[in-house]
Design a binder for this molecule. Sequence first.
Ligand SMILES: C[S@@+](CC[C@H](N)C(=O)[O-])C[C@H]1O[C@@H](n2cnc3c(N)ncnc32)[C@H](O)[C@@H]1O
Length: 239
Amino acid sequence: MFTHDPIVCGDSLSLMRQLPGGSYDAIITDPPYASGGLTTTERKASPARKYISRGRLPSFDFDTRDQRSHFMWSVMWMTEALRLTREGGWLMVCSDWRQLPTTSDALQAAGWTWRSLVTWDKTEACRPHQGMFRNQAEFVLVATRGSIGREQDRPRVFPAGVFRHYLKPGDKFHLTGKPVPLMAHLMEVLPPSSVILDPFAGSGTTIVAARQEGHTGHGIDVSPVHVQIARDRLANLAN
Ligand SMILES: C[S@@+](CC[C@H](N)C(=O)[O-])C[C@H]1O[C@@H](n2cnc3c(N)ncnc32)[C@H](O)[C@@H]1O
């Protein structure tokens, strides 16, 4: 599927079902959070309204599931992700504070072993709330397919569990884009030349980081607009 192009356009669940089992070292991804509001009406609003947008980045679909269906759908794609990952391989999945409990339940229901939580501290540049704490962090839940093996067989790295990074608007290619340095940080625990899948690739940040770190990255996104943005980013890297 990825022979000619590292980014494929389509529904990730359908496409993941076509890939051979055990073919990835890691699934590293940032799925739609279906978050961004205290009420059902707020959560069902388009991402362009829910999340801060300066108007120049396109919106995206499938971010409006209610809590129960978001949980069920997460278990479905995480189960498929488990099948695609080799024994001892990784799932690293982004979440916000609202969806953290649902995401940790879903990955364990899918059969993953939850091991760690990396915090992305987005700094005090985040929107302040009078009389309330800033929601200045997002999270990456880190899980493995079974055992991570003996300590002596693991890479000799000791990466921080909190990653503080301000993502400049000019470095964002997606409404909810992640920083390349964050994705590269997550890859520190992987063996050299790992093969990584991002089933919700958006603007291709994971694939860009994988290339920079000497890994192979494959991405899927249902939005043709974002697939094109990701392809353009990768083409610019090559130049
Ligand atoms: C949070 S964004 C990923 C942003 C990405 N981390 C970046 O830095 O650009 C989630 C993406 O998942 C895509 N998506 C939503 N449902 C999908 C599905 N069923 N299959 C494939 N992609 C989907 C959306 O189009 C959106 O681009």
